[in-house]
Design a protein. Sequence first.
Lengths: 240, 208, 247
Amino acid sequence: MYNGWIFHCDLFDMKRYSLTQAFLFLLKRDLTLSFRNRAEFANPLLFFILVITLFPLAIGAEPALLSRIAPGIIWVAALLAAMLSLDSIFRSDFDDGSLEQLLLSAHPMPVLVLAKVAAHWLVTGLPLLLVSPVLAVMLGMPSEAQGTLLLTILIGTPILSLIGSIGVALTVGLPKGGIILSLLILPLYVPVLIFASSAIEGAAGGLDVSAQLYMLLSFLFLAVSLSPLATASALKMSMG
Amino acid sequence: MPEVALLKIHNLACVRDDRVLFEHLSLSLCREQMLLVEGHNGSGKTSLLRILTGLKMADEGEIYWHETAISESDSNYYERVIYVGHHDGVKRELTCLENLRLVQAMGNPSAIDLDDALEQVNLYRYGDTPVSNLSAGQRRRLALARLVVTEADLWILDEPYTSLDKVSMVLFQTMFEMHLKQGGIIVMTSHHDIDMPAVDVQRLDLSL
Amino acid sequence: MFLWFHKFGSAPHFYRIAGKWIPWLTALFLILLTTGLYGGLVLAPPDYQQGDSYRIIFIHVPAAWMSLLIYVLMAFCGVVIIVWRMKLAEVVLICSAPIGASFTFLALATGSIWGKPMWGTWWVWDARLTSELILLFLYLGVIGLHNAIDDKRIAARAVAILAIVGVVNIPIIHYSVEWWNSLHQGPTVTKFDKPSIHWSMLIPLLLMALAFQFYYALTLFQRCRGELLKRERNSKWVNELSEGNDV
């Protein structure tokens, strides 16, 4: 009778991927998928630009007024664009069965989730960083504030992706999940919105805004450490 | 030598929409054994398999792997389990080789060369073809190829023969027999007639 | 202790015990309510600044306290659901949500009513009111998510996660909104935060708070009993009940 155990251990070299390698591999996979599916990252960006363009049309193009509300407009638009883009984090994997395979992986799910969220941010959040200076100029934002604008978007949009991933994980199995997603996530976005827009506003007025930026940074650390746990737990639930 | 039960199911129950699909289900599986789950559509076969993988929570009962409950510590379990469900679990925008590389990255890779793995499932020429260009049968073979590129003791297969032609069915049946002979365990459901005389098959009929 | 806990978690046991407690809870609630209202509306002196219009705080403040307390309780249930998978915790969580949402709404409505004679408008973006508004959305999210998921056991776990995430965020949101308010409202004095409060006002306030807690308990028990019947309608003990074999 063949003893299978010897057969398995002896002859083969088990080159199991380390956690870091698995993380980077999954990150690369998601970036590759986004690249081959370009609409996924063009849409939120266009939405961001469009929403911002709507405001001067609605309120009037008076420069003083526009520059006063510019930080708020840009950040509200960023929130909405983030919400729009969130569905794509898990939707495709859920539909074709890749998500359950990831859940069954030998690697801890929170790390895999972090890889996917990181890929998502690189594709949906980072482009906002490139486009926002242009939009800031269009809204008449003073140049002193532009550096702060970029900083808040750099620190803030990953927080949006991380917190948003919890909401998507809770609703990915639902047929009309997108509708309830906004109800779940927008209240949680409020602190980021408050501190980000206030930082830019303060910078425009020449004030020191390091307090706001440090708050944003601490939100980011909190989100990076805790949200993957919640997201992984929620994903496991959605598969049941 | 005493046969040690690797997989033990104890008092498992599953309820869906007020219907009790199964309850008080207990059994154990040793190496070289196969569990064939039978029953009509909706009798809970897929639910049972998903509970075994840990993706679904049972309403009652517990599953033990090497005497440890998987709900308490599942890292050891997931290193030794491969699941192929209704979905193929492959990305359509990636090529066959890229998909297999992902499978290896996420699990316990076997030492086999990926091109050899593709050859074993008759997909040798399709290494760099995106999955979206494959037929349903070819996709299923790719899905089952994950069994070849990883090392695992327990294979949980939900309707593995879906979309496969006769030749492929024979191919995979041989693969399953090999896995069992090498000391593996298989839990499987299938609509097709399974005739594997050389194998120790436990049949579980959920229609009863 | 563990045995008591386990027994308490059993559905038919809870159903019976809760049923016995409800009349007592109702009685206590009514007593506390009447004394609290009497103390607040009649006995307590008028405020030197606001006259008699301040008296709405006897409903507004306890309602706000309850809205927060219930969410924390829900999060606690959430932890119990995730760690111990206790079915009773699932029922308590989902039955508490509408009660908590109602208290939040009550706090918002009374806050708005209070604001009218004070500032002449029905709504001010005061820190406390804005936080309460966001809390209302958090409650609606819990209720909405639970309704959207068909499998109620999965729904319970999803809502458990949401409640835990929410409770972690509530202090962050509260602090952020307060900070935002201090930036934008400037010198507007808010009467919602009294620095010190006379005992003749404090006692009715505490009585009302206690009354609301008993109200929560009795409505919770009633809702839980109903929910338990619905969830376990195919089990033996429910069938025995409906045949009139039990109290």
